[in-house]
Design a protein around this ligand. Sequence first.
Ligand SMILES: [Mn+2]
Length: 426
Amino acid sequence: MRIEASSISAQNEKHLKVHQRNFDFLTQNLSEKGCDVEQIVQKLSNFQVAIPSWALGAGGTRFGRFSFHGEPSSLEQKIDDVGLIHALTQTAGAISLHIPWDIPSDYTQIKQHASSLGISFDAVNSNTFQDQKNAKESYKYGSLSNTSKNVRQQAIDHNIDVIKIGEKLGSKSLTVWLADGANFPGQSNFQTALQHTQDSLKQIYRALPEDWKMFIEYKPYEPNFYSTVIQDWGTSFMLANECGEKAYTLVDLGHHLPNTNIEQIVSTLMYKGKLGGFHFNDSKYGDDDITVGSIKPYALFLIFNELVYGMENNPQNPDLAWMIDASHNIKDPLEDLIQSLEAIQEAYAKALLIDQDALRKAQENNDVTKCQEMLQEAFRTDVRPLIQQSRLKSNGALHPLEVFRTLKVREELIHERGKNTVATGL
Ligand SMILES: [Mn+2]
């Protein structure tokens, strides 16, 4: 299924009048405060977030998995799903693949298919957190950090294969997330595990093409519950520095212990030019992978405030790779991703409202109340007309979720694919 621009504009028609009124009202208010509304709308239009191939099917827990039907069962269909979200939101112009599940059989055809939908290939993700069929070695006790040289070599080779696959698709980065760690005290020697990980990452790094980046993701616990080898941003940062200038830290919002000041981590990494990528989701207890902005929208806004500051003031930090890393256990993934994209755009737009020079001045004067007021004023502004305007300009939907339902997208996908399809790579 494809959504044509004409059917989106027909749906927009009925909301145009109200949208125009809301947008004009907000534009006037913001302009009076000195905001360049046109520039903000343009920045929102330019902002693209990758969708990972594993976010398009029903996720699950160790207790079960409940299908919502019509799931994509091939790489082509996964790209189709991202194409649907992109047509509606004009914000999801990239897909992030998970190897070994998403290996194309015909690269030229897959590339053409993606580009016909306006989709490019974002970071490729390796997988060493479970054993593949017929694998010679097992990752039960870790991959890049394993005590066995043969296991480490298998994991290194896999990552290098992933780079080669990504190269053929036009990807420019590799994301490494390790499930390595220990479940019990005393199980592993921390220093040896770290040493092995560092050596393995260096070998993968050496296989990176000149114009590629390597992102090193961290996570404090899970699937190992006592320790993980790359537990925090400091460890990731240290490993990235050891590897070289093409290696960066990747921040995943859900990979922090409760109440961690993530905005400060973002700020520190950008100051050092080492923030490479960002995975969006939201959480209440742990790595819950739920809809972005559904639990802590203010924290997301504060993070965006630092990201916006960094993007404007830290030329030493490269453009960031944005991705939604979520799992959809009971909601339709496509609907959830649309909601997530909206929440991301909202936090970004609000952060763009902040007058950074004025904030800096208030900070220099130690006017604490004013600093706080400036942030809260931006956060309390309803910026949705700006986001809608940016979508309208790019031929997206004013109300993507409503169009998704009006056009009966899920029903159509079930009709095309059947009820019992299962997405891979989850
Ligand atoms: Mn992630």
